[in-house]
Design a binder for this molecule. Structure first.
Ligand code: ZN
Length: 673
């Protein structure tokens, strides 16, 4: 039987895909790509048409085969799948290094650039220029021995980074808390208690069984009246995969922390950079390390006075010197007092059955595309849904899978990922398909999931990414959608989309009581919108602390040699900008997957950077009305549909008429500018 991953169907057949198919499919396609590349290079004349276009097709095919494997590894993780995934990563890393260091291919791209530049469109030029840059960043200019070393480093990094993530997942999964006394769990929201009761029953135990999935963790530290219980969850969370965490040392990421930083530093210096942060910026919108550090420190200085006042207010409200595990709990209580709002109490007004159609309506108003559910599409879990996206003429332009609920074996958090990237080369069109993944609590059978407003904002965020991916009009996959978009600009469409979840005009579209359909009252609506600025300073300095830690740790003249020195750097960042007292057992870096296993290494600053961009862009909408279709069309044309085909700063300035201005964000957060 044919390997289902090698089928050329539009959508993956998840019923047939098994872990044992993964390595074989990736291996088969790599062999085919390799042979095809040599064939293309053997042609007497290398041209854009004869080399770059077919090469785009080959790379697209490989990424399409790997996308379902990578996705399943994140949302339906099992031991065999994980093993298969690791093998694929090994194969792909070797292949990418080989292609990146292919002197014949690099020479061909350089030749095309010098001979054909003037005949190519701006997007086509960008593909060739990106490739030339990437050859350099893959070590093409190095002597043979160094080039081999560079390849070895890339392999080792890929392994260490996936092991880092596995440890966090395993450590999270291994932890549970069994309660038999209801007073212990007082304050926890009913849906979390119900879920824990079902888990206990399933495990043949009385009482309640809590796991460390993200919604449960957040609920525990925000709502548990028992300070001991909050501390228990907090400590379990911040010591995951560390030397002091539960199940240590099986999942201790300590050795991997130093190993990953050392390998990155060596790779950067081999390429002639002073440190990994410089290497990271070679593909970003920000131009140099000073620009990023200045940006982060300036923003921190602006937010700090507000954050200090907010923390003092919180401590005064609690009536004692609060610790890290008290912050969420007292913040929630203070927010209820100040704004009369409880996120939990508002859940019935945000049933997913209402939020989702409302979100689709907003997207349609802005960009003229309709999103319609399609049944009968093969999915990896019965709760997953599929939606077709059509333009105003009814033509299908993309699709998306929505996987909303938390479950065992699924990575925490929310994200958008690609299943298929748009491609229109040699007359054949492949439309883009996305995954939108969240970790909402699974409702009881037949019931609708009830979201907090924060979860609604998360949903908007991920759909913003999905729109970037799906509304692209770029034909070449390497620069279509989010591909080729610098990391520090990639959060612009997602953070921009969040803005509509915070507008009084939109809330009637996305809210309505689950039983009665009754809208939020005027007073509650006003209170809810006011919460946006609640503790904006504290949230921002926390985010800036992560960003500075990430950037500082990657811009050292030498990689830190011990976990103590890593935590020493974290402490020095914290002493500058943190307002919440640090707690001695915190092992936060040990599970900081964004930078140690994800793509945010020396790039975490991107969140704040893109927030500045999105607040500035949204100001353009506010100037003409948030549903102004002319503004939406201009944004679609300048940025959203262009993906990686344009220079992000030029696109921004073309849309806005000025360079990004942080004051829009500060004003939005209620911070004096
Ligand atoms: Zn995002």
């Amino acid at each position: 039987m044919m390997n289902p991953l090698l089928a050329t169907d539009a959508l993956p057949n998840y019923d047939l895909i098994k872990p044992e198919h993964a390595e074989d499919a990736v291996h088969t396609q790599i062999i085919a790509n390799r042979a095809e590349i040599e064939k293309l290079l053997a042609s007497p004349s290398v041209t854009f048409e004869g080399l770059v276009k077919p090469f785009e097709v080959l790379q697209h095919r490989l990424s399409q085969i790997f996308a379902p494997i990578s996705h399943l590894n994140a949302v339906a993780n099992t031991a065999p799948l994980r093993e298969a995934y690791a093998k694929c990563i090994g194969l792909l890393t070797a292949y990418h290094t080989e292609v990146g260091q292919h002197t014949g291919l690099a020479a061909a791209y350089a030749h095309i650039f010098s001979t054909q530049k003037l005949t190519l469109s701006a997007a086509e030029q960008r593909i060739v220029m990106n490739a030339i840059r990437d050859f350099r960043l893959a070590g093409i200019e190095l002597a043979a021995a160094e080039r081999n070393r560079f390849g070895t480093i890339m392999q080792a990094l890929a392994r260490s980074q996936s092991l880092f993530e596995e440890h966090v997942l395993d450590a999270t999964r291994a932890w549970s808390f069994h309660a038999t006394d209801s007073t212990q769990i007082s304050g926890l929201p009913p849906h979390i208690i119900d879920q824990a009761q079902r888990a206990a029953t399933a495990a043949g135990k009385p009482g309640w069984l809590f796991y460390l999935d993200q919604p449960t963790y957040v609920a525990a530290v925000t709502h548990a009246d028992s300070r001991a219980l909050r501390k228990l969850f907090y400590e379990a969370w911040v010591t995951r995969a560390s030397d002091t965490g539960p199940h240590s040392p099986s999942y201790d990421n300590g050795p991997l922390l130093t190993e990953i930083l050392t390998l990155r530093h060596e790779a950067a210096t081999l390429l002639g950079f002073s440190n990994y942060a410089e290497l990271s910026l070679a593909t970003k919108m920000a131009k140099n390390t000073d620009e990023v550090l200045t940006f982060l420190r300036d923003m921190a200085a602006k937010y700090l006075p507000t954050a200090r006042v907010e923390f003092a207010t919180l401590s005064a409200f609690a009536g004692f010197a609060i610790e890290a595990w008290d912050v969420a709990y007292y913040s929630d209580k203070l927010q209820q007092k100040e704004h009369n709002i409880s996120e939990e109490a508002l859940r019935p007004w945000f049933p997913l059955t209402r939020v989702l159609p409302g979100l689709f309506q907003i997207i349609e108003k802005l960009y003229g595309v309709s999103i319609t559910e399609r049944s009968g599409v093969c999915v990896w879990d019965p709760t997953v849904r599929y939606f077709a996206v059509a333009d105003s003429s009814g033509t299908e332009i993309g699709g998306l899978y929505a996987d909303f609920y938390a479950r065992q074996g699924k990575r925490a958090g929310a994200w958008m990922s690609e299943i298929t990237v748009r491609k229109q080369i040699f007359g054949s069109l492949t439309i883009p398909v996305a995954n939108v993944v969240c970790n909402f609590t699974l409702p009881a059978p037949q019931a609708s999931a009830l979201l907090t407003h924060s979860e609604v904002v998360t949903l908007f965020h991920e759909f913003g990414h999905a729109l970037h991916h799906l509304l692209t009009t770029v034909d070449y996959p390497s620069i279509a959608g989010i591909n080729g978009v610098p990391w520090d600009a990639v959060e612009l469409p997602s953070q921009l989309m969040e803005q509509w979840a915070w507008r009084a005009e939109c809330l009637p579209l996305i809210s309505g009581h689950v039983d009665t359909g009754e809208p939020l009252s005027e007073a509650v609506l006003t209170d809810l919108l006011a919460t946006r600025r609640f503790q904006a300073g504290l949230a921002s300095v926390r985010q800036l602390e992560f960003a500075l830690f990430d950037f500082v740790i990657h811009s050292q003249p030498a990689a830190p040699k011990t976990t103590d020195s890593i935590y020493g750097l974290l402490e020095s960042v914290r002493s500058d900008i943190s307002v919440v007292p640090s707690c001695p057992f915190n092992r936060f870096a040990h599970s900081f997957m964004h930078i140690f296993s994800g793509g945010y290494a020396a790039g975490y600053y991107s969140y704040k950077w893109a927030e500045v961009l999105s607040a500035d862009v949204f100001a353009a909408f506010m100037e003409r009305g948030i549903f102004d279709t002319i503004t939406a069309k201009r944004f679609l044309a300048s940025t959203l549909s262009q993906g990686g085909a344009c220079d992000q700063m030029e696109a921004f300035v073309a849309f806005r008429g000025h360079r990004p201005d942080g004051n829009y964000l500060l004003r939005q957060d209620g911070v004096s500018v």
